[in-house]
Design a protein around this ligand. Structure first.
Ligand code: LLP
Length: 384
C-alpha cells in the first residue's frame, strides 16, 4: 500500500502520527453509497469511531447522516456539515445538558435506552417548547460472536431496553406530550464478520414489527445499528468492506412496510482501513525469551491492543534487510500492558525504522490520551 514516495514523505514527518488515505476513504464511501442506495437505506456515520473534522467533512459530503453519543459529538457533527435532520443521538447515559443540545438543534432522533430517559427528554423538550422524536433502543439478546468487550446486544448488556419491557415502554412513551415515537433501534455489537447475527437481527426486528402492528402502531423508522467488521489481517486484500452482500442479506430478510425507512450506523467499516498509525523504532532490546522493538507510540496513541487484545497488522516500512526476526512490539509507557503484539516476524528492525500499524482509522486517534503527559499523535493526510 505504501510506495517509495510515500515512505520518503513519512521519513520527514514527526512520529508517532496517524496518516489518512483520503482516496481510500472516498472509495469506501462511494461503495457504501451505491450499496445502500440500491435499497433506499440511510446511513448515519458513527462519529465515535473517528471525529477528526477532515474525516467528518468527507463523510458528510456524501450525504450521510451522523450517529452521535455525546452532546459534543452532536455539535462536532453539525460543525462538519451533517444536517441536523440527519443526526441521531444515542447512548445509555445522556446528561440533561446533552439532551438540551440535541433538542435545541432540532436533531432527527434520540435513540432512547430507558423509561426514565424518556421522562427526562419529554421534560426538557417541553421546557424548550419542542417535541423530541425518539426511537426506542431494544436489546435484541443476540450474540454477535465478536470480542466480548464490544458485544453489545446480549441480554445482560447495559444497552437497550429489555425485549419484555418493550410494550410497557411504548405505552408510556405514547402518553408523553413532548415525545414523538418514530422508530425502533438495535445495535448488536462491533467488528461483526459473521452474517448470521444480522439475519437473527432481521428476525427480531420482524417480530417486533408484528407486536407493534398488534398494538396498532406503524413506526416509520427501523435502525439496525452498526457493527460490520473489517479485515485486520489483510487490509490490502480487503480495503473496502463487503457492504453489498450485507445489504442484500438485509433486503432478503427484513420486513419493511410501505414508507418505512431502514437506517444503519456504521463507524469502523467506513474509516478503519483508511487510517494507519506510524511510529519510529527507538530501541532494540534482546531479552532471554524475545527481542523487544521499543517504538515511540504507546497505548496512549493506539489503545485497541492493550484494551481489547485487538490485532493490527504491523509492518516495518524502512528495513533494508532480507533477514527476518521475531519481535515483541512495545511502547514507551510505564505499564506492562503497553504491548502492540508479541512474537511477530518482521524484517530485521533497527533503531530509526518506521513501523506501520494498519487499519487504525477507527477507534485509533479518537481514543488517544495524554497519560504520562505524552503529546497527542500528529495527523497527516494523503492529499496535503
Ligand atoms: N451504533 C451504536 C449504538 C454503537 O454502540 C456503536 C459502537 C456503533 C453504532 C458503531 O459500531 P461500528 O460500526 O463501529 O462497529 N472501541 C471499540 C469499538 C466500540 C464500539 C462501540 N459501539 C474498538 O476499538 O473495537
Amino acid at each position: 500500500m505504501f510506495d517509495k514516495e510515500l515512505i520518503k514523505r513519512f521519513e520527514t514527518l514527526d512520529t508517532p502520527f496517524y496518516y489518512y488515505d483520503i482516496q481510500l476513504l472516498r472509495e469506501t464511501l462511494s461503495r457504501l453509497k451505491s450499496a445502500v442506495d440500491k435499497y433506499g437505506y440511510c446511513v448515519h456515520y458513527a462519529v465515535k469511531a473517528n471525529a477528526n473534522p477532515r474525516i467528518l467533512q468527507e463523510i458528510s459530503s456524501f450525504g450521510f447522516g451522523a450517529d452521535c453519543v455525546s452532546g459534543n459529538e452532536v455539535l462536532r457533527a453539525l460543525e462538519c456539515g451533517f444536517p441536523a435532520d440527519k443526526v441521531v443521538f444515542a447512548g445509555v447515559g445522556k446528561s440533561d445538558t446533552e439532551i438540551e443540545i440535541g433538542i435545541k438543534n432540532n436533531i432527527f432522533c434520540f435513540n432512547v435506552e430507558s423509561l426514565q430517559e424518556l421522562e427526562v427528554i419529554n421534560k426538557i423538550a417541553g421546557q424548550n417548547g419542542k417535541t423530541a422524536s425518539v426511537a426506542l433502543r431494544l436489546n435484541p439478546g443476540i450474540d454477535a460472536h465478536t470480542n466480548k468487550c464490544i458485544n453489545t446486544g446480549l441480554a445482560d448488556s447495559k444497552f437497550g431496553i429489555d425485549f419484555n419491557q418493550m410494550e410497557a415502554t411504548i405505552t408510556f412513551a405514547q402518553k408523553l406530550s413532548n415525545i414523538k415515537l418514530i422508530g425502533i433501534h438495535f445495535h448488536i455489537g462491533s467488528q461483526i464478520l459473521d452474517k448470521e447475527p444480522y439475519r437473527l437481527l432481521c428476525q427480531r426486528s420482524n417480530e417486533m414489527q408484528e407486536k407493534l402492528s398488534l398494538m396498532g402502531l406503524d413506526l416509520p423508522e427501523i435502525n439496525l445499528g452498526g457493527g460490520l467488521g473489517i479485515d485486520y489481517d489483510d487490509p490490502d486484500k480487503n480495503p473496502v468492506p463487503d457492504f453489498e452482500s450485507l445489504m442484500d442479506l438485509i433486503h432478503a430478510n427484513l420486513d419493511v412496510k410501505d414508507r418505512q425507512r431502514v437506517h444503519f450506523e456504521f463507524g469502523r467499516a467506513i474509516v478503519a482501513q483508511c487510517g494507519t498509525m506510524v511510529a519510529k523504532t527507538l530501541y532494540i532490546k534482546p531479552a532471554s525469551q524475545t527481542t523487544f522493538a521499543i517504538v515511540d507510540a504507546g497505548f496512549t496513541d493506539l489503545i485497541r491492543p492493550a484494551l481489547y487484545g485487538a490485532h493490527h497488522k504491523i509492518e516495518n516500512l524502512t528495513s533494508h534487510y532480507a533477514q527476518k526476526d521475531k519481535y515483541d512490539i512495545v511502547g514507551p509507557i510505564c505499564e506492562s500492558t503497553d504491548v502492540f503484539d508479541t512474537g511477530i516476524t518482521l524484517p530485521k528492525t533497527v533503531r530509526g525504522d518506521l513501523i506501520a500499524f494498519r487499519s487504525a482509522g477507527a477507534y485509533g486517534e479518537i481514543m488517544a490520551s495524554r497519560y504520562n503527559l505524552r503529546n497527542l499523535p500528529n495527523v497527516y493526510y494523503s492529499d496535503n
